[in-house]
Design a protein around this ligand. Sequence first.
Ligand SMILES: [Zn+2]
Length: 136
Amino acid sequence: MGKVVHIKKFGHITGETPTEMHRRTAWKGARCSNCTSPAAIRILTFVPVEELKVRAPNVYAGLVTDCAERGEGLPVTRLKSSKVSDPKPYLCAATVYACSHCQAAAEKAAAHSPSFAIVEIDRGPDPTSRVVVGAT
Ligand SMILES: [Zn+2]
């Protein structure tokens, strides 16, 4: 069982907050794309492979060639949150990190993505909730 550690004690044990640990481990120390402050959120934009083929055939062809040269297939993702039973393959078109100051502007910009794109915002651990550490 994992051990529940309250947020205030977490810092005493690890020397960093859950947010800082998440940034260091999951996001590999990512910084804001705009001002290089430590990242607070990560925004991923996914586009369906079919849309890319139609709207940007040259980009799609280039990707296929690049991946083939490395002996790999396209790095497609089937989004689990999709409501359809057989989700379409998607490609991650953009990964943007934003700090707490640039967050609102970055989220606003992401909301203007084309309608076929799916935007996922990763806010990291909830700073108000408890954190479980150790193996479960
Ligand atoms: Zn920033």
